[in-house]
Design a protein around this ligand. Structure first.
Ligand code: ARG
Ligand code: ZN
Length: 500
């Protein structure tokens, strides 16, 4: 259907005497005359296959419009100059290196707000129009299946305030007093860069962010360069491993940076807002131990570096940004270091399950949150033994029973309440129930095999249950059906847990 529209556009251009006007109007935003005229030459007849439009969504079961079809991004380079920190006024350019997955007459990116100053594809100006969060780009020449291509989008302005469709919070780039932070799960990335915004299209990133002195930048991966020029400094970060778009983060503040290493040599760098007191560091002191412990349980830590960042702002959330988890100051309880440590273990565990193994569909979110919640239990068990774990399991179970009305089954999260207690608490208990069903040894073998098989990629719930069946040699359909999709949480008879 889209394809037909485009053919009509070409015909209209061909037949219209005032070519530039007609093509410019049809495509919504102006385009240079040479572009319009060249675009009339449609080469597909020659080969008999028509390049078509990439889809405007990736068909996610909860959010069908997220992401785009027809291509796969390999690398994003975000060049951002922060002109004004108070308003996050940016002059920016995003370079996308991608490959076509089909012959493409046009393709889409997700992008919200800003003024676009121009788009090129393979160095030549491309036509584009915007509708909602979709930018539809029609390159001069159709893109060929399997071929790499480069898109450069130049834009300026301040990121728009954006409400997430998945939970009632502001998502994406958030400007605060004296700086800004990014919290994008699941749909905020488009608030600061044009993106194929679905975890199924992972890519590596370069961030080149220029801020006025003395501000600093913290982003994913390794800081490979800082360039001071006049009263501004450019911070260059690179990620080694592919990453889901919602985990991309750029944060601007003045930071105290704390460097350390796990016993097994995993580098750690933590960023703390300079205004924060020294005690803020306490719950993060054991991250090295956690990295080594979870490496033993799940498989080797998958990234080049880890660390946490605490902003001097309350946002009732933490997020497992790849290699650099972020915490609102209200996530740190100075009075309860051990309790806060559980949140730290949660975000750190997400690096394996969530970040390295990413959801194939947002409805698989319990594979992130259930696993990270169970990691809290594993950390308790590691420190204090099995009885402590059992106590924790009982309190988690009681939580689900008390909140049954608000905690839907983990396998069926509603689109407008993605991060509900069901995917966290009931999801975590599902893993404990599995452990009791197959025994400790096989359970941990399942976690390792699942990670080994899907690291640096994506997995769906069925992929996990298939691994569980493979490794255990047990038929677990019934087990997972009741744990993931039942209206009511199943009992755990050996622990005398059930809904009375
Ligand atoms: N994944 C986060 C966690 O570890 C939750 C993120 C919720 N999204 C948000 N924009 N606050 O629990
Ligand atoms: Zn989580």
């Amino acid at each position: 259907m889209k394809n037909n529209n485009h053919i009509q556009i070409f015909l209209a251009c061909l037949l219209t005497v005032s070519m530039t006007m007609a093509c410019g109007q049809l495509s919504g935003e102006s385009v240079s005359p040479s572009v319009a005229i060249t675009a009339v030459i449609v080469p597909e007849e020659a080969v008999g296959v028509e390049p078509s439009a990439g889809t405007s969504g990736l068909g996610d079961s909860l959010y069908p419009g997220f992401g785009n079809g027809g291509y796969d991004v390999d690398h994003y380079t975000l060049d951002i100059v922060v002109n004004d920190v108070a308003t996050s006024n940016l002059s920016a350019s995003t370079t996308i290196e991608a490959s076509a997955l089909q012959d493409l007459r046009s393709f889409n990116l997700d992008f919200v707000g800003f003024i676009i100053n121009g788009i090129t594809v393979n160095g030549e100006p491309a036509d584009y129009y915007r509708k909602g969060q979709e930018v539809t780009i029609t390159p001069l020449k159709p893109l060929v299946d399997g071929q790499p291509f480069t898109v450069v989008i130049k834009y300026m302005g301040s990121p728009e305030e954006m409400q997430s469709v998945a939970l009632p919070v502001q998502t994406g780039w958030v400007t605060v007093d004296g700086g800004s932070f990014v919290l994008s799960e699941p749909d905020g990335s488009a608030s600061f860069y044009p993106v194929n915004d679905h975890p199924r299209d992972k890519a590596t990133y370069t961030f080149r962010v220029t801020v006025p002195n003395p501000l600093e930048v913290a982003a994913n991966g390794m800081l490979i360069e800082t360039l001071e020029k006049g009263d501004k400094t450019t911070f260059v970060f690179e990620t080694r491993d592919p990453m889901a778009s919602y985990l991309a983060t750029i944060n601007i503040d003045e930071f105290d940076v704390e460097n350390m290493q796990s016993d097994n040599g995993i580098p750690i760098r933590n960023y703390y807002s300079t205004e924060l007191p020294a005690e803020v560091r306490k719950p993060f002191a054991r991250q090295g131990e956690m990295l080594d412990y979870f490496s033993e349980v799940y498989g080797q830590y998958p990234f080049e570096v880890y660390g946490s960042m605490v902003m001097n702002t309350e946002f009732e959330s933490a997020l497992e940004n790849q290699t650099l988890s972020i915490y609102g100051i209200d996530m740190i309880d100075y009075e309860d270091v051990e309790g806060t440590e559980l949140t730290v273990a949660h975000e750190l565990s997400h690096q394996w399950f969530g970040d390295s193994v990413s959801v194939a569909d947002w409805s698989d979110i319990w594979l992130n949150e259930g696993f990270a919640t169970y990691a809290e239990g594993l950390w308790i068990e590691h420190l204090n033994g099995r009885e402590a774990l059992d106590d924790w399991v009982k309190s988690q179970y009681a939580d689900v029973v008390d909140n049954q009305a608000y905690y839907p089954a983990p396998g069926k999260p509603p689109a407008d309440d993605l991060f509900n207690g069901g995917v966290y608490v009931w999801g975590g208990l599902t893993l404990h129930a599995l452990r009791l069903e197959v025994g400790d040894e096989i359970f941990f073998e399942i976690l390792k095999t699942y990670f080994e098989r899907y690291k640096n990629g994506n997995a769906a719930t069925d992929d996990f249950t298939a691994v569980a069946e493979d490794v255990s040699g047990k038929e677990l359909t019934e087990f997972f059906n009741t744990w993931l999709y039942n209206k009511e949480i199943p009992p755990i008879p050996v622990m005398e847990l059930g809904v009375e």
